[in-house]
Design a protein around this ligand. Sequence first.
Ligand code: RTP
Length: 151
Amino acid sequence: MAGIRERTYIMVKPDGVQRGLVGEIIARFEKRGFKLIAAKLVSPPKGQLEQHYADLSSKPFFPGLIKYMLSGPVFAMVWEGLDAVKTGRVMLGATNPLQSAAGTIRGDYALAVGRNICHGSDTVENAEKEISLWFPEGIVQYSLLQETMIF
Ligand code: RTP
């Protein structure tokens, strides 16, 4: 759903997990004001990663991307809040960390496009698809006190 209850799928990739950046990334989203509604550490099967990145399957870097994503567990999350998809992408920074602004997650912690720490949905439609793919068991529903204060 777009607007104040918009949801986005954010994933800490294997390099981010290995480097101990899960807490830092959670903290940034929490402090910004987003609400965590799902989270888990998972080692997905290859087919799930191929489905997640299906639109990139013809790219030359696709096999390397899948190998990288299979190199360790990922931390899968769903965050909810105002313009979560667009703002989440801004917080991640440009795909290639060499172009990511300082102050963004990639701009502060990454150097290479092939090791760029995190994923964020690029559209509301893709967010809903990705949430279904990564959290087929469903999402917890709860209210935060701050929700009544923000809007
Ligand atoms: P993501 O889906 O991971 O959030 O990244 P994105 O939308 O910013 O970028 P996208 O073009 O969808 O690329 C997905 C991931 O593929 C890897 N990549 N490698 N070697 C390369 O030239 C290259 N280009 C992209 C990155 O890990 C990128 O995040």
